[in-house]
Design a protein around this ligand. Structure first.
Ligand code: GLY
Length: 321
């Protein structure tokens, strides 16, 4: 529940978007007036309070679109979260947590819109890269010490210490990092990029978290260079995807499967919206991008689509905070 996450964030004193839960259609219009352009925000941010695979969120400057999304959720019996818009580049930071102990992984950036140039509807994520050369080291440390560690401590204080993977999604606003959301799982496709660079044994890290030994685990070792993950999506995704097509080239190195299945005759076929991701690595983001798109170039799936600009702005030095 996003409302319950907001409650924890408020108690831990975290920077996050102002928000309001709407649970009845009668309250919707007045609430829409308190968010979005009438209240000085560039857009409305309307979220399903519950999980929705990244597709419960609509960010739009069009009041009718915002209202229709919220009304649809309410009709389906889902409370709606309205939030103020957080401007600035987004960061996904995964932390392995056990009680108050936090071991952060490398920060990554995800591309949530379906189309190049951040156009089209939201998806579960169309690509990602790590690390983020544009994120100052000091800001990364602050995210851990002022956001993740206080949340871990607040959960301990509440008598529900968390052990596992805490994923914090942030926007780096003009006023500094602000929390967009928390998840208690790895994020997809950022994980594909982050884990491609992890040299420490992941199994030992997770084992330490699950056996009370995380505080003694020490720092993580990372490869030099960069990793880029690009998602190949089925026709019509993020709408109802076309499935059942043979994917040619899906067994190449660097291909990670998600929405695929093996048919009785052994062929790999598409079975979901985000069919697979390819992960390229290299000495820098440009090399990692070239590697990822080269692998993608050898894969064929009728009607499929992917973004061509994953990590491009960062590789060109055009992302700044
Ligand atoms: N990439 C976004 C998510 O996993 O929720």
């Amino acid at each position: 529940s996003k409302a319950s996450a907001k409650d924890v964030m408020a108690a831990a004193g975290l920077p996050t978007a102002a928000s309001e839960i709407v649970d009845s259609p009668a309250r919707l219009d007045a609430a829409l007036d308190r968010f979005g352009p009438p209240a000085g925000n560039p857009a409305w941010v309307v979220k399903d309070d519950a999980l929705a695979a990244g597709k419960g969120v609509v960010v739009t400057p069009d009041r009718d679109v915002a209202r229709a999304h919220a009304a649809g959720l309410l009709e389906a019996g889902h409370p709606v979260l309205l939030e103020s818009f957080l401007d600035g580049p987004e960061v996904s930071l995964f932390c392995v947590v056990d009680g108050p102990t936090v071991v952060p992984l490398l920060p990554a950036q995800d591309f949530k819109r379906v189309g190049d140039g951040d156009t089209g509807p939201n998806t579960g994520g169309m690509g990602a890269y790590a690390p983020l050369a544009w994120l100052p080291e000091e800001m990364y440390r602050q995210i851990v010490s002022r956001i993740v560690e206080p949340v871990a401590a607040e959960l301990v204080r509440r008598g529900c210490p968390f052990s596992g993977l805490l994923y914090v999604g942030l926007a780096i606003t003009a006023k500094g990092p602000a929390v967009v959301e928390f998840n208690c799982r790895f994020g997809d496709p950022e994980t594909q990029a982050v884990l491609a660079l992890l040299e420490s044994p992941l199994g030992q890290l997770l084992h330490a978290a699950s056996t009370g030994a995380l505080a003694d685990f020490g720092g993580l070792r990372w490869s030099e260079g960069a990793a880029v993950a690009v998602v190949l999506a089925a026709e019509n995704y993020p709408g109802r995807p076309r499935v059942g097509d043979v994917v040619v080239g899906a067994e190449a190195d660097g291909v990670l499967h998600a929405g695929t299945a093996r048919r009785d005759d052994g062929a790999i076929v598409s079975s979901g919206g985000r069919v697979l991701s390819v992960v390229g690595t290299g000495a820098d983001l440009s090399a990692a991008r070239a590697n990822a798109y080269e692998i993608l170039g050898s894969i064929r799936l009728p009607g499929s689509h992917f973004r061509t600009d994953i990590a491009l702005a960062a590789a060109e030095g055009k992302v700044s905070v």
